[in-house]
Design a protein around this ligand. Structure first.
Ligand SMILES: *[C@@H]1O[C@H](CO)[C@@H](O)[C@H](O)[C@H]1NC(C)=O
Length: 347
């Protein structure tokens, strides 16, 4: 829902506010009501005007005066109508845009029981991205357009083989929902850089940062094939991560999960970043204070097993916790009452 004004600058929200929520018949009713009201006002004004003219001693040309008055009332009525005309135009445009509301409905398969985590992790200017690459959804990301980092990525851990993609992708939907649902290589896109930079990080943002690398939330090594592996190279799946952690303890943690996944029928993983107080690239991109991960191994219909881990970005150490403890720590770090990552369905 869009309670905040700033969020309604976004095209998707535009639709949510004007296209989705407010029924069209109400708009038509308003237009009808106001036009009717204006006509009555105009008629009354005209009558008053001619009476005034009749009683004045010096008689100017009545015709001209009356038409001046009418002109003014018509102008006023139009001014009154304007908001409603704008409303109509907005509604028409939003409807023409088609399916632009962003949610996870096309990529629920990447969440355990098709249940995304509760809204406690949702940032004020969120984007729910179904990561689409080469004709398929590859994973899901909750993105913070203001801090320009993902809050979490959700995926199924299915380690496989493939080359590493040489390049970085950006997300057209974040520029304008009409630009399509698929990620595009930053070097090949036709979208202007100024538009892209508004609400997402670009390759340049990471170029100057010291001791910092582009840290994947959904890592290359947990994906089954060339295309899914390439899809992780999208900057909406990337946070500024200290090189030491990225290449050290976090890489080890990723290998460990990869091994554990072999025993699971399915392993659902959430990897997230807790926004920190520092930024890179002139305050453009937040540097997370912590990176966390939570996994649910589905063994069969009756048996599930969870893992949870947390690392301070600035330290090369990953600590393992029970899922419950991680959720408590996250609730504290995000300043929320409760964090529920798997709808209470994995212990
Ligand atoms: C989510 O949890 C609630 C409460 O335990 C439960 O009723 C509901 O069925 C769960 N949803 C799914 C899709 O498992």
């Amino acid at each position: 829902m869009c309670q905040k004004k700033q969020r309604c600058e976004e095209a998707s929200c535009y639709r949510e506010r004007w296209g989705g929520g407010f029924p069209p018949f109400l708009g038509i009713f308003c237009v009808g009501f106001v036009s009717g009201g204006s006509l009555v006002t105009a008629a009354l004004a005209k009558r008053t005007r001619s009476r005034c003219l009749d009683s004045s001693s010096h008689q100017p040309q009545p015709g001209r005066q009356v038409s001046d008055g009418t002109y003014r009332t018509v102008k006023n009525s139009l001014a009154m109508l304007l908001p409603f005309l704008l409303y109509g135009a907005a509604h028409f445009l939003a409807a023409a845009k088609g399916e632009v509301v962003q949610d996870f409905k096309n990529c629920l398969e990447f969440f355990l029981d098709k249940m995304p985590p509760g809204e406690s992790l949702t940032p004020p200017r969120e984007a729910k991205i179904c990561q689409f690459y080469r004709n398929a959804y590859r994973f899901a990301t909750m993105y913070d357009r203001e801090k320009r980092i993902p809050i979490y990525s959700a995926y199924k851990c299915k380690p496989g083989k493939g080359h590493r993609y040489q390049g970085w992708m950006i997300e057209p939907q974040l520029v304008d929902p009409t630009l399509g649902k698929g990620m595009e290589d930053e070097r090949e896109t036709n979208i202007a850089a100024t538009g892209i930079k508004k609400s997402q990080a670009t390759f340049d943002d990471y170029a100057q940062a010291l001791s910092i690398e582009k840290g994947h939330l959904n890592p290359v090594s947990h994906q089954p094939d060339e295309d899914s592996r390439a899809a992780t190279s999208t900057l909406t799946n990337i946070v500024p991560q200290y090189s030491k952690l990225n290449e050290g303890a976090w890489a080890e943690h990723e290998s460990l999960l990869k091994k554990e996944a072999q025993a699971c029928h399915d392993m659902y993983v959430l990897v997230g970043a807790v926004p920190g107080d520092e930024y890179i690239s002139d305050l453009r991109v937040n540097k997370p204070s912590h990176i966390w991960s939570a996994a649910c191994c589905v063994l069969d219909n009756q048996h599930r097993k969870s893992w949870a881990a947390l690392a301070k970005n600035s330290e090369n150490e990953v600590k393992e916790y029970s899922l419950e403890t991680l959720q408590k720590i996250l609730a504290e770090l995000y300043g929320k009452k409760k964090v529920d990552l798997f709808n209470g369905s994995c212990n």
